[in-house]
Design a protein around this ligand. Structure first.
Ligand code: ASP
Length: 585
């Protein structure tokens, strides 16, 4: 008998079997007459029992073993006495009585606890990430991630997709973020860009006739990071030819219905759909969380002629007054209300004002400025009942939507209105093709410049670009954007027109995207696709609160790896070879 058995696989059916176990010491206790060691391997943990009187050589061999030492034990599987059964442990009905044992590898005292409560700082845990990865939750999450990726590949294979790798050393693809650049040694002053997405390559693969491409692809975006971003992340990237929106939406719904059950989440299909403008108006977000109400109402017409200047002026300037009702929140404290106003200000609004329905009376935060009829009108539109509070924001439409969207989430959390046993999937559709940037005085693509405009809006592209809607779609779950894509432009002339609308000159288009424009002149099929954020999908499936919990070696919010200390300075000779000079030198 020299074949290894997995500790975590043992159960009462194996009683009496002799097994060889190898793994890490998860805990150990020495009671003199008897020693216990919990041994952990990739499948779980089992209790090993050593009787020093009967097997002194085993006791001696393992006496030195401490937490996280690697040991080997041979022994017999025995049933535990009824009072010793541990229902917290998957193997809690059994134990292994050791007949021999030895140390395979010693360990220094670990700086990061592997079992039990997290005891080290975030920095230490990231520095010793390989130890933290021994923790059960991270093991579970990364194995879940593996199974999700596997299931996606199986599903796509069944649907006729081929997984094709695209280059990492490439040219910039405009997805709206900064590029990571890699200097070329061979070509002086020339740089590769790491891909922000495989967008152009996957479109070219459609021109090549693959018709269905998928890739679990690493993408790189040099952005100022927030807690839920990583500079490199993984997309399930796919593209299909001879399809329209319906085909792609149905494909993704089918994929989600396959993968989410791996985490016990049922996915009712088809998903509801909501045009972007409606999502912004009713929920103040392009990725609304539909697990709860708190729907935003437009109140502009009610207060357009109001004696309250802030409302009247906003309406006169073409802005909006909007708000939503929080049931039962009429007693909100001053501190909370101040916090909400501050949140609204952070989103660019002038503030947020309360309207309370208390003791049968309507109380607006600013006294004596609204007529009783206006108060009644607002309360009616907001369906404000006794005990409720409404929050009102006045401002330009975009700002009011953003502020109210943020407040809606904040109040849902504050009043515990988000059910965590339910999930809400949604398609957001009918995006504007372009977004006007005040500061730069130009249009930017809402998605990327290869997104097709709606057929009916083609004429507007030159005359009124801001009014053009795109054939894009985003898939949203519980207020998180899980992915987005579009039907693409497959006509060279339309693509050239789209570049023009973005203020990209013919020369620049030729210089940066000539290969795409050329490809579109050689029999490009109608095509479209989508990219899904695998990290975020697995995070939501695992019920984790951070992307770091589903990525083996994540980076910090300042894009560094605390374990390898990347990014790091390099040897001056390397710089010289690349024709680069350090600004420090
Ligand atoms: N390339 C797009 C992105 O990374 C997705 C797509 O249009 O397929 O967001």
């Amino acid at each position: 008998m020299s074949k290894r058995t997995l500790a975590g696989s043992l159960d009462a059916a194996r009683e009496g079997e002799t097994v060889l176990l190898q793994g890490w010491v998860a805990s150990q206790r020495n009671h003199g007459g008897v020693m216990f060691i919990n041994l952990r391997d990739r499948a779980g943990v089992v209790q090993i029992v050593i009787y020093p009187e009967e097997t002194p050589e085993v006791a001696e061999a393992l006496a030195a073993a401490r937490l996280e030492w690697v040991i080997e034990v041979r022994g017999t599987v025995g049933r535990r006495a009824p009072e010793a059964v541990n229902p917290q442990m998957a193997t809690g009905e059994v134990e292994v009585i050791a007949s021999s044992g030895r140390v395979l590898s010693a360990s220094e005292p670990v700086p990061v606890a592997v079992d039990g409560v997290v005891d080290a700082s975030e920095e230490t845990r990231l520095e010793y990430r390989y130890l933290e990865l021994r923790r059960a939750n991270l093991q579970r999450n990364l194995r879940l991630r593996h199974r999700v990726a596997l299931e996606i590949r199986k599903y796509c294979d069944e649907q006729g997709f081929a997984e094709i790798e695209t280059p990492i050393l490439t040219r910039s693809t405009p997805e709206g973020a900064r590029d990571y650049l890699v200097p070329s040694r061979v070509h002086a002053n020339a740089f590769y860009a790491l891909p922000q997405s495989p967008q152009l390559f996957k479109q070219l693969l459609m021109v090549s006739g693959f018709e269905r491409y998928v890739q679990i692809a690493r993408c790189f975006r040099d952005e100022d990071l927030r807690a839920d971003r990583q500079p490199e992340f993984t997309q399930v990237d796919l593209e299909m030819s001879f399809v329209d929106e319906e085909d792609i939406l149905a494909l993704i719904e089918g994929m989600f219905a396959r993968i989410f059950p791996l985490a016990g989440i049922e996915v009712p299909t088809p998903f509801p759909r909501m045009p972007w403008a409606e999502a912004m108006r009713r929920f103040g977000s392009d990725k609304p969380d539909l697990r709860f109400g708190l729907e935003i109402r437009d109140l502009t017409s009610i207060v357009a002629a109001s004696g309250f200047r802030a409302f009247r002026q906003t309406a006169a300037d073409g802005g909006v007054v909007r708000g939503f009702t929080v049931p039962g929140a009429a007693g909100a404290s001053r501190r909370l209300v101040d916090g909400w106003a501050e949140l609204a200000r952070r989103h660019g609004a002038a503030g947020a004002l309360t309207l309370r329905h208390r003791d049968g009376e309507l109380q607006f935060q600013v006294k004596n400025v609204l007529e009783p009829s206006e108060l009644e009108g607002l309360a009616g539109a907001l369906q404000l009942e006794d005990g409720d509070l409404a929050l009102l924001v006045a401002g330009r439409e975009k700002v009011a939507a953003q502020a109210l969207g943020a407040l809606r989430l904040e109040l849902a959390r504050e009043y515990d209105l988000i059910p965590d046993d339910r999930h809400a999937f949604l398609w957001v559709t009918d995006f504007p093709l372009l977004e006007w940037d005040e500061a730069d005085g130009r249009y930017y693509s809402m998605n990327h410049p290869f997104t097709a405009p709606k057929e009916a809006d083609l004429d507007l592209l030159a005359s009124d670009p801001g009014a053009v809607q795109s054939r894009g779609y985003d898939v949203v779950m519980d207020g998180f954007e899980l992915g987005g894509g579009s039907i693409r432009i497959h006509d060279r002339a339309v693509q050239e027109q789209a570049f023009r609308a973005l203020g990209i000159s013919a020369e620049e288009a030729r210089e940066r995207f000539g290969f795409l424009l050329d490809a579109l002149s050689y029999g490009a099929p109608p095509h479209g696709g989508i990219a899904l954020g695998l990290d975020r999908i697995v995070m939501l499936m695992a019920g984790a609160s951070s992307l770091r919990d589903v990525i083996a070696f994540p980076k910090t919010t300042s894009a560094s790896c605390l374990m390898t200390k990347a990014p790091a300075e390099v040897d001056p000779r390397q710089l010289e070879e690349l024709g680069l000079r350090s600004s420090e030198a």
